[in-house]
Design a binder for this molecule. Structure first.
Ligand SMILES: [Zn+2]
Length: 80
């Protein structure tokens, strides 16, 4: 059974989720988000998406994976 890349639809090698092109692209985007958070530690997902041009769904995925730590998604300031 042939699997296809979720991003671009090209045929995959067994065990791959993305083709090699999309995989390295994904890694680049992850690095960009990480780097942005390093310089802007209190950003929320919306700000990161706006500033990096990476889709918010991808950023949310990284956050859900636990690979990134950001402020709460709604960005609301909570009264103490
Ligand atoms: Zn691909």
């Amino acid at each position: 059974m042939t699997q296809f890349c979720k991003e671009c639809g090209s045929a995959l090698q067994p065990g791959e989720v993305f083709c090699k092109t999309c995989y390295s692209h994904e890694r680049d985007e992850y690095r960009i988000v990480k780097e942005y958070l390093r310089t802007h530690p209190n950003s929320n997902a919306m700000q990161i998406a706006n500033e990096t041009g990476i889709s918010i769904s991808k950023i949310m995925k990284y956050i859900r994976n636990g690979s990134l730590t950001v402020v709460t998604n709604d960005g609301q300031r909570r009264s103490r």
